[in-house]
Design a protein around this ligand. Structure first.
Ligand code: NAI
Length: 701
C-alpha cells in the first residue's frame, strides 16, 4: 500500500506513503481512491484529512511513469481530484514540507487546506517543458490571483507557505498550522470544525480574473518570450492561465489545459528536459559503489598552483564555507592569484550578486603558503600546476611525503594519465582526477576521473564534495581527454574538414549556433586559445601519424593567431571587445589551403554541417560508452550540457541521436564516408552505435 488509512474518532486520515516524496504514481492513486471510498462508506466518519508521511505532503506525479500507460491509467489524477470534489464529506488537505506539481493540484481539489509553515509550494512542470496537467493552471489563479499564480507557473519556483498565506485575499490556505509538529492535531481539529459545513466550498466555483484582462496577458507573453529560449512551455503557461479567465465554464478551461499538456508531452523539448531531469539525478550513482559507502570528512582543503584554474577552484570551496590554503612556488605568483580572486569577488559585490560581509567572510577562509608543511593537515588537496608530467611528478612525490594519511590527492589535469600520476605516490587509492572547467568558479561541470586504483570511499567522498560545491559531477575513466575533450577533438577535426571542403569559419559557427550551441567551434577556439589544440595535434602527429587533420588550424597558429588573447584568431577582434569579425586574411588562407590540397570547393548545406559536427561527437561517445569510460549515455549528455554549451532543449548529443533514431544516424554517417576528407575510418560507426542501430535500440534504454 502506498497510502495508509486510519480513523481517528469521526475523522478518516489518508496518509500518502510512497517514499521519498509521496509521488502520485499508479499504486498511490489506487490507494488514495480506495481510502476515499472507505471513508465515504463508513457512517461514523464525518470528515476526511489527506496528508503525507515522511518528508513531503506530495512531490507530485511520478515522472518515471510519464508517457507510459500507467500515467493515465484510472484512477488518474484528474479522476481522483474529481472524486474528492464530489465527496459528500468535507476533505481537508494537510500540507507540509513539499506540496508540488500534482501534489498541489490534489490539494487544490480538496474542500479545505491547512498548511504547516515552511511548506515549499510549487507547480514546477514548466521545468520539464510542460504545464501543470491536473487543473493547476485553472485552480491556482482562483486562490492566489492571476499574477501570483502565473509567476509561480511560469517560473516553476517554490514559494514558502507562510509567504503565500500573507497575501491579501488569498484562498489557498484556510488555516496555517502553528508548526509542522502540530499539523496533524490541528488538521484533525479543523476537519471536525467543518464536518457540518454545507455546501462544501470548491475552488472551481471561485472567479478568475485580472483587472487589465487581455492587456495583462499580452504583457505576460512578451515577458516570457525572452526567457523561453526555444522552449514552448512558458508561453503555453500564459495561454492556459488566460483560459481560466476567459472560458465561461471551468471544465472548458480544464479541457484546454489538458490539450496543451498532452501536446507538450510529445514535443522534443519536453522529452529533452525530462531526459535531463533523470540524467542529472543518475550521474551521482556509480554502478559498483553503494550509496552507503563510508565517506572521508573534508573540513579543509589545499590548492597547488594559483593560476587560472587554481584560483577558480579555490573560490568554489570558499563559497561553500570550506577553508582553503593555496601553495605556489613564488610569492609574486601567490599575490597575483589572490588579487584575481579578490577581483572576481569584488565584481560580484559590485553587481549586487554578493553581500560585502559575505565577501569578507569568504576571504577570511583563504590562506597562502610557499611551504608544503603548512598544508599537510588538509583533508583534500587539488593540484593545478603546469600541464607537464615532470612537474606533476615532483608535486605528487612531495604530496606523498608530507600529506597526512587519508588525505585525498587530486589532480586537475586535463590530458595527462591519472594512473601515472597516482604511481608517483605510495597511495594510489587516495589519488583521483578532479577536472574542473574554465572559469572554474562558474562552470557547472566537474569530471571526476577514476584511476585504476582510486578507492571507492574516495570516489564516494569526492562525489559528495562536488555536490557541496554545487558542481554537476560526472565520473570518467582514464583515457586521453576523458569524456568531454576526447569527444571535442573529433568535433574539431570535423570542423577543419568542413573548411577544407568549402565552408568558412563563420558559416560553420553560424550553422551550429543556430542549432543551439552557445558557440561554434571556431569562436570557441578563439576564446579558449587555438594554441591548446595546436599542442595536442603536435602530440597526436607523433602517436598517430595516420590520423588526418585539416592543416588550416596549424597554419592559423603559425601566423600567431591564437585567438582573443592575441587579438586575432579565426576572426579579427577589436581591442577590449569580444565580437568576432570575419577575417579576409583567414578566409584567403583557407582558400589557398584548399587549392594546395587540390580540393574543388562545394557549397555545404547548414544541415550537413550540423550533422557532421554532432555525429562526430556521438560516434566518439559510443566508443567511450562501450569502453566503460562513461557508465551511462546520460552522463555524456550531462558533460556536454554543462561543460560545452550543447543546447538544453535538445537534451545532449546522445539523447538527440536517440530521438533522431540511431538507424538514421548511421545512414548519415555512411553518406559522409563518401566525402573526400573521410580518413582512417572517421565515419566508421562505433560498434555499439552500429549494433544499437541494427537492433532499433537507443543509447538511453
Ligand atoms: P596556469 O599556468 O594559469 O597556472 C599554473 C600555476 O601553477 C602557475 O601559477 C604556476 O606558478 C604554478 N605552478 C607551476 N608549478 C608549480 C609547482 N611545482 N608548485 C606550485 N605551483 C606551481 O595554468 P592553468 O590554466 O591554471 O592550468 C593548471 C592545470 O589545470 C593544468 O594541469 C591544466 O591542464 C589544467 N586545466 C586547465 C584548464 C584551462 O582552461 N586553463 C581547464 C581544465 C584543466
Amino acid at each position: 500500500m502506498t497510502a495508509d488509512y486510519k480513523v481517528h474518532g469521526d475523522v478518516a486520515v489518508i496518509t500518502l506513503n510512497n517514499p521519498p516524496v509521496n509521488g502520485l504514481g499508479y499504486a498511490t492513486r489506487v490507494a488514495l481512491a480506495a481510502g476515499l471510498d472507505k471513508a465515504s462508506a463508513d457512517t461514523s466518519v464525518k470528515s476526511i484529512v489527506i496528508t503525507g508521511a515522511g518528508k513531503a505532503f506530495s512531490g507530485g506525479a511520478d515522472i518515471k511513469e510519464f508517457g507510459s500507460p500507467k500515467a493515465v491509467a484510472e484512477p488518474n489524477l484528474l479522476s481522483v481530484i474529481l472524486a474528492i470534489e464530489n465527496s459528500s464529506k468535507p476533505v481537508v488537505a494537510a500540507m507540509h514540507s513539499v506540496a508540488m506539481g500534482g501534489g498541489l493540484e490534489l490539494a487544490l481539489g480538496c474542500h479545505y487546506r491547512i498548511a504547516a509553515p515552511g511548506t515549499q509550494v510549487a507547480l514546477p512542470e514548466v521545468k520539464l517543458g510542460l504545464i501543470p496537467g491536473a487543473g493547476g493552471t485553472q485552480r491556482l489563479p482562483r486562490v492566489l490571483g492571476v499574477e501570483t499564480a502565473l509567476n509561480m507557473i511560469v517560473s516553476g519556483e517554490p514559494v514558502k507557505s507562510e509567504l503565500l498565506a500573507q497575501q491579501p485575499g488569498q484562498k489557498l490556505f484556510d488555516k496555517m498550522a502553528a508548526s509542522p509538529e502540530s499539523l496533524a492535531e490541528e488538521a484533525l481539529a479543523y476537519a471536525r470544525s467543518v464536518a457540518d459545513a454545507r455546501p462544501l466550498p470548491l475552488v472551481r466555483s471561485l472567479p478568475s480574473k485580472h483587472p487589465l484582462g487581455e492587456a495583462y496577458f499580452q504583457f505576460a507573453r512578451n515577458m516570457v518570450k525572452g526567457m523561453a529560449k526555444n522552449i514552448p512551455a512558458p508561453a503555453k503557461c500564459v495561454d492556459a492561465v488566460e483560459a481560466s479567465t476567459t472560458r465561461k465554464k471551468f471544465d472548458d478551461g480544464m479541457a484546454f489545459e489538458r490539450e496543451i499538456f498532452t501536446n507538450l508531452m510529445f514535443t522534443p523539448e519536453s522529452r529533452a528536459l525530462r531526459h535531463i531531469f533523470m540524467a542529472e539525478r543518475a550521474t551521482s550513482k556509480i554502478p559498483d559503489i553503494p550509496e552507503d559507502t563510508p565517506q572521508r570528512e573534508i573540513k579543509s582543503m589545499a590548492v597547488i598552483g594559483a593560476g587560472t584554474m587554481g584560483g577558480g577552484i579555490a573560490m568554489n570551496f570558499l563559497n561553500a564555507g570550506i577553508p582553503v590554503k593555496i601553495l605556489e612556488m613564488k610569492q609574486e605568483a601567490l599575490d597575483r592569484g589572490i588579487a584575481t580572486i579578490r577581483k572576481n569577488y569584488e565584481s560580484q559585490v559590485k553587481k549586487g550578486k554578493l553581500k560585502a560581509d559575505k565577501y569578507e567572510q569568504r576571504m577570511s577562509l583563504l590562506s597562502t603558503t610557499l611551504d608544503y608543511n603548512d598544508m599537510k593537515d588538509a583533508d583534500l588537496v587539488i593540484e593545478a600546476v603546469f600541464e607537464e608530467m615532470g612537474v606533476k611528478q615532483k608535486v605528487f612525490e612531495k604530496l606523498d611525503e608530507v600529506m597526512k594519511p587519508g588525505a585525498i590527492l587530486a589532480s586537475n589535469t586535463s590530458t595527462l594519465d591519472v594512473n601515472r600520476i597516482a604511481s608517483f605516490t605510495k597511495r594510489p587509492q587516495d589519488v583521483v582526477g578532479l577536472h574542473f572547467f574554465s572559469p572554474a568558479n562558474v562552470m557547472k561541470l566537474l569530471e571526476v576521473v577514476r584511476g585504476a586504483g582510486t578507492g571507492k570511499d574516495v570516489m564516494a567522498t569526492v562525489m559528495a564534495v562536488a555536490k557541496k560545491i554545487r558542481k554537476t559531477a560526472v565520473v570518467s575513466g582514464v583515457c586521453d581527454g576523458f569524456i568531454g575533450n576526447r569527444m571535442i577533438e573529433q568535433y574539431s577535426r570535423q570542423a577543419g574538414f568542413l573548411l577544407d571542403e568549402g565552408a568558412t569559419p563563420q558559416q560553420v559557427d553560424k550553422a551550429i549556433e543556430k542549432f543551439g550551441f552557445a558557440m561554434g567551434p571556431f569562436r570557441m577556439g578563439d576564446l579558449a586559445g587555438n594554441d591548446i589544440g595546436w599542442a595536442i595535434r603536435k602530440r597526436r602527429a607523433q602517436e598517430r601519424p595516420d590520423l588526418m587533420h585539416s592543416r588550416t588550424a596549424d597554419k592559423l597558429c603559425e601566423l600567431g593567431r591564437f585567438g582573443q588573447k592575441t587579438g586575432a584568431g579565426w576572426y579579427d577582434y577589436q581591442a577590449g571587445k569580444r565580437d568576432a569579425i570575419p577575417s579576409d586574411l583567414v578566409n584567403k588562407m583557407v582558400e589557398d589551403h584548399r587549392k594546395e590540397q587540390g580540393i574543388a570547393p562545394r557549397k555545404i548545406a547548414d544541415d550537413e554541417i550540423v550533422q557532421r559536427l554532432v555525429f562526430s561527437l556521438v560516434n566518439e561517445a559510443a566508443h567511450i560508452l562501450e569502453e566503460g569510460i562513461a557508465s551511462r549515455a546520460g552522463d555524456i549528455d550531462m558533460v556536454y550540457l554543462t561543460g560545452y554549451g550543447f543546447p538544453t532543449y535538445r537534451g545532449g548529443p546522445m539523447h538527440y541521436a536517440d530521438q533522431l533514431g540511431l538507424f538514421n544516424v548511421v545512414q548519415a554517417m555512411k553518406r559522409f564516408q563518401r566525402n573526400p576528407r573521410d580518413d582512417a575510418g572517421f565515419w566508421e560507426p562505433a560498434p555499439l552505435l552500429a549494433r544499437l542501430a541494427a537492433e532499433g535500440k537507443t543509447f538511453t534504454p
